[in-house]
Write a protein that binds this ligand. Structure first.
Ligand SMILES: [Zn+2]
Length: 90
């Protein structure tokens, strides 16, 4: 398991690729891991907790949890970070 700081750096390294997709590849949402990102970065949501675009469902979820006074999903439990951890274990 990565620290929050490591996870944040990993997640935020995605932002330039979201804005300038190499070969037009649209990365899945870093938070939930689902391929439901709009190809236009600005049509997605900006996370409140990391400088990165997330899908609109995750954007709504962050807002809802925040409104309920619940703590956010820790950055080291985001789909993208878990995916990296699994790759390293295999
Ligand atoms: Zn998402």
């Amino acid at each position: 398991m990565r620290t929050i700081e490591e996870a944040k750096a990993l997640i935020e390294s995605l932002r330039p690729l979201q804005e300038e997709p190499a070969d037009g590849y649209i990365f899945p949402c870093p938070r939930c891991g689902h391929s439901r990102m709009d190809e236009k970065p600005v049509r997605n949501a900006l996370s409140r907790y990391a400088d990165v675009y997330i899908c609109n469902l995750c954007g709504m979820d962050e807002a809802l949890q925040d409104a309920k006074g619940k703590p956010p999903l820790p950055l080291n439990e985001w789909g993208m970070v878990r995916g990296f951890d699994e790759d390293e274990r295999n």
